[in-house]
Design a protein around this ligand. Structure first.
Ligand SMILES: N[C@@H](CCC(=O)N[C@@H](CS)C(=O)NCC(=O)O)C(=O)O
Length: 213
């Protein structure tokens, strides 16, 4: 297996974390950011959108971070990361979709608006609006996590990966945000997992004030 994408990329981290959880061996290829290469014909033949991550598994090529997480879980972790029962799986699934469609756009607006934009170019109003939306989203997740250890119940599943990946940057980027107690406790639980520490809890200073990729 081969995973394409720079380790500092939020969406790549979801795939790396999942690969780590599954204990799979794979080749990592740096791509995107300073490494570039996303506009090469060979890369575009794998992902016509020219984005990372991309997973190659033999003849199978998967792009879109959540599709990669689902593919890996379905192939290698039936009954654990990929709950077997459709109802249980739908709980993991819905928080993944929620993360992609609801949390992530506002989280990206905050992270890009605040952290990745040089101070002199920041739009404080837009940043504050994005921060407020993120806080409201995390409040909803907080209410869901009350009485649960993980997003889909007592055990870790693929449902924890997308929103879990956002936490490190959300709390560590230096912008003052509320700290909902159940989200914080969940974050601490994720931080007990070695693949989360290795692939997600990484320094991200190289992205500060950089809008070029
Ligand atoms: N929806 C896609 C988004 C992919 C995406 O935008 N990836 C970013 C990195 S997080 C990228 O390719 N950026 C260009 C670069 O890093 O050079 C996914 O979830 O995989």
């Amino acid at each position: 297996m081969r995973l394409w994408g720079r380790r500092s990329a939020f969406n790549v981290q979801k795939a790396l974390w999942t690969l780590g959880e599954l204990g799979l061996s794979f080749e990592h290829v740096d791509a995107g950011g300073d490494a570039g290469g996303l506009d090469r014909p060979a890369f575009l033949a794998m992902n016509p959108h020219g984005r990372i991550p991309v997973l190659e598994d033999g003849d199978v090529v998967v792009w879109e971070s959540h599709a990669i997480v689902r593919y890996l879980a379905a192939r290698h972790a039936v009954g654990t990361l990929w709950p077997e029962d459709p109802a249980a799986r739908s709980e993991a699934d819905r928080w993944m979709d929620w993360s992609q469609t609801t949390l992530q756009p506002d989280f990206m607006a905050l992270f890009w608006g605040y952290y990745r934009t040089p101070e002199s170019q920041r739009n404080e109003q837009r940043i504050a609006a994005a921060a407020q939306s993120c806080a409201a989203h995390f409040e909803k997740l907080d209410a869901h996590l009350a009485g649960r250890r993980f997003v889909a119940g007592d055990s870790f599943t693929m449902g924890d990966v997308p929103a879990g990946t956002a936490l490190h940057r959300y709390f560590e980027m230096g912008y003052l945000v509320p700290e909902p107690p159940h989200v914080r406790a969940w974050h601490a639980r994720l931080a007990e997992r070695e693949p989360f520490r290795t692939h997600v809890q990484r320094p991200f200073d190289e992205l500060r004030g950089r809008l070029d990729f």
